[in-house]
Design a protein around this ligand. Structure first.
Ligand SMILES: [Zn+2]
Length: 211
C-alpha cells in the first residue's frame, strides 16, 4: 500500500540531513511516538513497552510537555528518550524560518533533546539545514496510520509485519487521535518482532547527543 512507505519529496532533497532509517544489520527496530504526552494514552504506551522491555523515542510537543511534567519524567526514568516536535506542532511549510526556529527553541526550553522531528513531516531545506547543526532530524521509514479513521489496526499491523526490517523507524502517536488503536498496533508489533528475535531501542542509542 503506497501510503505506508515514505514517498516523500524531501527524501530526494536532503538525503543526508534527514534520517529515514538506521543503517544496521542488527535486528533492531526503533519505535517512535509523536504528539504526546497525553495522560492515559502515554501511560498505557509506557506500560506495554515495559512488558516487552522495549525502549522507544517520544517526539513531544513543548506545550504538551509543559502541561504534563510528570509524564515527561516517567518517560525519562523508564529509559526512553525524548525528541523535540516543536512547541505548538507548527507546519514548517507555512512558517518563516525565524518563526519555526523560535518554536523549536520554545520546546527546547521545556526539555532538552538532540533529536528533532518536524510536525507533519514538513520542513524546508533551509529550516532543516539550520536545525541540523544542533539536532539529528529524524523522519520515519514506516507510518502505522494509527490516527487514520479508515485504517483498522489489523491492516496496519499486517503491513508492519511485512515491511519492518533491521533499522526501521516506525511512527505511531501517543495522542488522542490515535487513542484506542495505537495500543493494539504496538502490542502486535512487540509480540511479533520479539518472537522473531528483534529488540527495540531508543534513537539516542544511534544518534548521540550533539554539543
Ligand atoms: Zn506530530
Amino acid at each position: 500500500m503506497f501510503f505506508y512507505s515514505t514517498p516523500h519529496i524531501l527524501q530526494k532533497i536532503s538525503p543526508t540531513v534527514l534520517q529515514w532509517k538506521v543503517e544496521t544489520q542488527v535486528k533492531e527496530i526503533f519505535l517512535t511516538f509523536d504528539d504526546g504526552p497525553v495522560a492515559g494514552v502515554t501511560h498505557e504506551v509506557l506500560n506495554v513497552l515495559d512488558q516487552y522491555q522495549a525502549k522507544a523515542t517520544f517526539f513531544c510537543n513543548g506545550k504538551q510537555a509543559l502541561e504534563n511534567p510528570q509524564i515527561i519524567e516517567k518517560i525519562k526514568q523508564s529509559g526512553h528518550c525524548l525528541g523535540n516536535h516543536t512547541y505548538g506542532h507548527i507546519d514548517g511549510w507555512r512558517s518563516s524560518v525565524k518563526d519555526y526556529l523560535e518554536d523549536v527553541k520554545r520546546c527546547e526550553d521545556v526539555f532538552c533533546s538532540s533529536l528533532f522531528r518536524p510536525p507533519f513531516g514538513r520542513i524546508t531545506c533551509r529550516q532543516a539545514r539550520l536545525l541540523s547543526r544542533q539536532y539529528h532530524i529524524v523522519m520515519w521509514s514506516l507510518m502505522t496510520y494509527d490516527f487514520h479513521p479508515e485504517i483498522k489496526p489489523e491492516q496496519s499491523l499486517k503491513i508492519m509485519k511485512r515491511k519492518a526490517s533491521p533499522g526501521s523507524i516506525i511512527l505511531m502517536h501517543d495522542s488522542g487521535k490515535a487513542g484506542d488503536k495505537v495500543i493494539g498496533i504496538l502490542t502486535g508489533i512487540l509480540e511479533y518482532f520479539s518472537l522473531a528475535g528483534f529488540t527495540f531501542s531508543s534513537l539516542e542509542k544511534v544518534f548521540p547527543k550533539k554539543a
